[in-house]
Design a protein. Structure first.
Lengths: 370, 353
């Protein structure tokens, strides 16, 4: 009897949650589609008006905030806080879109949950914010909500990562080029090794992440240009220190002869260094193994300055300035590019000069904003 | 012949057999690729520490082994699983590092409070989590998976709040010690060994194990025979929380930082799998702690094997799934029955001859 009650309850909850999902999912298209045909017949001018008005309004308002201290409201649906990089990225947005600069930033940390992020953006639309920035957790599944934003006349900036949606649905996209980062690392290595053989081990990021795919592709492009380079193995360390350590421990046992380790983010590099320390393998400028890392966080660059991570390719988290430029242009009624590239730099340990990278020094580190 | 039968009838035969099976993959691979056939099993002392893949399995499997202790008891007593353990690991590590570093600080090289305060707080909060889960299951009669679902989602979030959404580094050697090496042996191995030893001594030397099993087999009958069923279930959840706390601290000390987003991520599933691979029924009742521990190391052996074989990260989950399916099928009742029938037939044929 009890079991029956419980199973009934579970079934009821499942149905309830299903309908709940269905509601939130189907409300949106219904809201978009149903009024549309109706409006086409009788309220044709209405949407046209509201659409024409929206930009006009924001343009009209734009000089006003500067004049009388009003603010531009910006919503930012951030991925989460999975790494130092993301924390720096978040802080940059919070600093750039501060009240002092004439903005009102609605910041939401979506904690790596796609559904939460969609709801967040929907919330921004309901609050009628002036601009929405999205750092998409997943690339797919954005059409509906982007359409809603478009219908509401709110410009959407896709930042940091890409979405798999029709570009007409959002205003602009900006971010780093991960393939270029991989190529930068490869180009620097070619210059550094100067014709020497390379036996390379790669600790990849999370499987399927755009950073993993781009950095792998970019680096492999350069590997294929050098016949004496060999990628011995490539495994995922999930962008974490523990993952990097575990993969490196295994690599050390599988391969005795390697001289380059490529870690696709700094956290993995910390783990790999711990594993090599434990096994008594020397690395860095004076060691047997050259470590290349990505992200160039503050801690990561400290290791570069100490000569442990020989080359650290930045993925610039200070993207808010680029976003602000776009918003300023939009405020002024100017056209914006469909894609804005956030410029990355590479950093190399002191004592190395390279045409592809900046030589690390205490001043460079102190001058970093994160 | 009788000896073989005796061995195959042992409770632990199948879990151990599965583990050996997994490791044999390495032997076959090594022979095929021309390496020394037992390379996987070789242990040496390198740079002053024990070195070898077997050590990696024992070291990296520590957290799941510790979790498996608590999970086994929870499964046995309440016929349900505690899916909050991964999150609780993260919470315990997060609180510990937050206290040691001070709130909002992300990188320290000396403690803000003594080490034992942080450690104790981490373990205490995990026990409180266990108490909360246990209360919901034992006294509110909520289904274990539903009850623990609350902390499954909230535990990690609280950990993140405590750490102000940052990765908090505690770069102090005495903190790192618990995730690094004690002499030549990785400390996590020792911690796991102590946990397993304490658990098995307590379960063997007291009647607790019997109580838990009888509650798991029939809660009502146990209550009528005078056990406080609810209290025993509560106790199991607290022990499970305690184990999660210890495992969380081990994982935290390994990377000397509270990476609350990633510590213990999906580890509840590994712990449940360990219990299942150990030949335990997830329907509760009789349990076999040694089986669960072997199950935990079997999971790690699969992971380490996949690294050793160089299976690409994208394909690794598929291989893992295939191995797990094989192990579970080998231990399933129909397959067991088939082998029993087969051996009976053989015996019958012998007698006839």
């Amino acid at each position: 009897m009890k079991k029956k009650v419980v199973s009934l309850l579970v079934a009821a909850m499942t149905v309830a949650s299903l309908t709940a999902c269905g509601n939130s999912g189907s409300d949106a298209p219904a809201a978009n589609q149903e009024p549309a045909p109706a409006e086409k017949q009788e309220a044709e001018p209405a949407p046209a008006e509201s659409q024409a008005e929206a930009p006009a309004e924001s343009q009209a308002e734009a000089p006003a905030p500067a004049a009388d201290g009003g603010t531009i409201s910006v919503g930012f649906a951030q991925v989460g806080h999975e790494s130092d990089w993301r924390a720096a990225n978040t802080k940059n947005y919070q600093d750039t879109f501060s009240a002092a600069n004439g903005y009102e930033l609605s910041f939401v940390d979506c904690d790596n949950d796609h559904a939460v992020q969609i709801e967040t953006v929907r919330g921004f639309i309901e609050q009628e914010l002036d601009y929405i920035c999205i750092a998409p957790i997943q690339s797919a599944g954005w059409d509906t909500v982007l359409q809603e934003a478009k219908d509401a006349g709110i410009p959407v900036l896709i930042v940091d990562r890409a979405v798999d949606a029709d570009p007409s649905l959002y205003t602009t996209a900006l971010g780093c080029d991960m393939i270029a980062e991989g190529e930068a690392a490869g180009n620097w290595l070619a210059e550094y090794l100067n014709g020497e053989d390379a036996n390379i081990l790669v600790i990849e990021g999370s499987v399927g992440a755009s950073a993993t795919l781009g950095r792998t592709e970019g680096f492999n492009n350069i590997v294929s240009q050098n016949s004496n380079w060999k990628v011995l193995d490539s495994q995922s360390g999930d962008f974490t220190q523990a993952g990097g350590q575990e993969v490196m421990e295994s690599f050390i046992k599988s391969y005795s002869d390697f001289n380059v380790v490529v870690c696709q983010n700094d956290n993995e590099a910390y783990g790999a260094m711990d594993a090599m320390d434990a096994a008594g393998i020397t690395y860095g400028v004076d060691g047997d193994v050259t470590i290349i890392s990505f992200d160039a966080t503050h801690d990561g660059l400290q290791y570069t300055l100490d000569g442990k991570i020989t080359c650290n390719v930045e993925c610039n988290p200070l993207q808010a300035g680029f976003a602000e430029d776009v918003i300023k242009k939009l405020q002024a009624g100017e056209a914006v590019d469909a894609w804005t590239l956030v410029v990355d730099e590479a950093f190399v340990a002191p004592g190395i000069t390279s045409k592809y990278a900046v030589t690390m020094s205490q001043e460079v580190l102190d001058g970093r904003a994160y | 012949m009788d000896k073989v039968k005796k061995i195959t009838k042992m409770k632990l035969f199948l879990p151990i057999f599965s583990m050996i099976l997994v490791m044999m993959i390495n032997v076959i691979y090594d022979i095929a690729s021309g390496n020394p056939p037992f390379g996987f099993f070789s242990i040496s002392i390198n740079n002053g520490i024990l070195y070898g893949r077997l050590i990696d399995v024992l070291n990296r499997g520590s957290e799941v082994a510790i979790l498996a202790i608590g999970m086994t008891l929870v499964v046995s007593a309440s016929a349900g699983t505690d899916i909050s353990v991964g999150s609780v690991m993260s919470l315990s590590g997060g609180l510990c590092c937050m206290l040691l570093a001070g709130y909002g600080v992300t990188n320290v090289s000396e403690y803000a409070v003594p080490l034992w305060v942080g450690m104790l707080a981490g373990i205490a909060i995990a026990c409180v989590c266990g108490l909360f889960n246990g209360f919901l299951v034992a006294y509110m009669n909520i289904q274990p998976m539903v009850a623990t679902l609350i902390l499954w989602s909230a535990g990690r979030a609280i950990g993140l709040l405590l750490c102000n959404s940052n990765i908090v580094y505690v770069r102090v050697p005495s903190f790192q010690f618990f995730g690094a090496y004690c002499g030549i042996i990785p400390t996590p191995i020792l911690i796991a060994a102590v946990c397993v030893a304490v658990a098995s001594i307590v379960l063997k030397s007291t009647a607790l194990g019997t109580y838990i099993q009888s509650v798991g087999i029939n809660k009502k009958a146990s209550r009528i025979s005078g056990f406080n069923s609810a209290k025993i279930i509560l106790l199991c959840y607290v022990i499970c929380g305690l184990c999660a706390g210890i495992a969380g601290l081990v994982a935290t000390c390994r990377i000397y930082s509270a990476d609350t987003n990633n510590i213990g991520l999906n580890m509840e599933l590994d712990a449940i799998l360990a219990v299942a691979l150990g030949g335990n029924s997830l329907g509760g009742g009789k349990f076999n702690l040694a089986g669960s521990i072997i199950g935990a190391y079997t999971i790690q052996a699969i992971t380490t094997t996949l690294y050793a074989l160089g299976v690409s990260s994208a394909q690794a989950p598929v291989f893992k799934a295939i191995v797990v399916i094989l192990i579970v099928v080998i231990q399933s009742q129909p397959v067991k029955d088939y082998f029993k029938k087969l051996s009976a037939k053989k015996a019958g044929a012998k007698e006839a001859a």
